[in-house]
Design a protein around this ligand. Structure first.
Ligand code: ATP
Ligand code: MG
Length: 225
């Protein structure tokens, strides 16, 4: 079974004597082939939801099933290899490794999974070319613009061929042409390779590329369209 299911998920953070409920009884199902968006104000719980959906955080209550596996039942070692094989993350900041060039940022992901084949390298080059980075393969992160770094992070999220893509404001540092390109690229991956994708965005213009739009408000998730 592929895709993502959250059932009645609550996430509470303890802050001294007080508790913040970042997510309140959230349920969400994203099937293979679905590209969904989450909108909502700052601090409403969007990144917390993505962290739980990507097995970076455990829920306080409720169940999370990723590709048919319940993350509450996995130990830390199982979780880290699971994140590598099953999930492609695009975070709010690009989180590139400063001493690796663009191509090696992607090759590292393949290396962590096992032996690197020429097929892996071809896929990495194709993804980078598709994202307009064909001329930048040997550049290091500090030689790239913010938008270029973000596009490398997007290619990196695709290179392990995981069937779940989680993107937190992937277009935040891009001009509008590039932003459209990136979101179209995510949509293409979802539709052509039957992936499940969740994108958090502030950019209303990107919503037309998504199959469903959910709104997060104060930890509560509702279907918008
Ligand atoms: N590790 C943490 N410890 C304590 N509180 C946290 C932690 N992570 C998030 N929170 C709190 O949970 C709430 C939701 O945060 P979250 O980062 O999910 O919001 P967001 O919707 O992604 O906001 P933004 O649009 O600004 O990125 C906020 O009140 C935040 O302060
Ligand atoms: Mg956030």
């Amino acid at each position: 079974m592929t895709g993502l299911q959250l059932r009645n998920v609550t996430k509470s953070f303890k802050e001294g004597d007080t508790t913040v409920d970042a997510l309140k009884n959230v349920s969400l199902s994203v099937e293979a082939g679905d590209f969904i968006a989450i909108i909502g104000p700052s601090g409403s719980g969007k990144s917390t939801l993505l962290s739980i959906a990507g097995a970076l955080l455990q829920p306080s209550k409720g169940e999370v099933s990723i590709n048919g596996k319940n993350i509450e039942k996995m130990n830390e070692k199982e979780l880290s290899s699971f994140r590598l094989t099953d999930i492609g993350f695009i975070l709010q900041t690009s989180n590139l490794i400063p001493y690796l060039n663009v191509l090696d940022q992607l090759i590292l992901v393949c290396k962590m999974k096992g032996k690197v084949t020429s097929k892996d390298i071809d896929l990495a080059k194709t993804l980078l070319k598709d994202l307009g980075l064909g001329e930048k393969l040997n550049k290091f992160p500090d030689e790239l613009s913010g938008g270029e770094r973000q596009r490398v992070a997007i290619a990196r999220a695709f290179v392990n061929n995981s069937n779940i893509i989680l993107a937190d404001e992937p277009t935040a540092s891009l001009d509008s042409n590039r932003a459209f390109e990136v979101v179209k690229q995510i949509r293409k991956e979802v539709k052509e390779r039957n992936k499940a994708a969740v994108m958090v965005t502030h950019d209303e213009r990107m919503l037309e590329f998504c199959d469903k739009v959910y709104r997060m408000a104060d930890g509560v998730l509702t279907l918008e369209k």
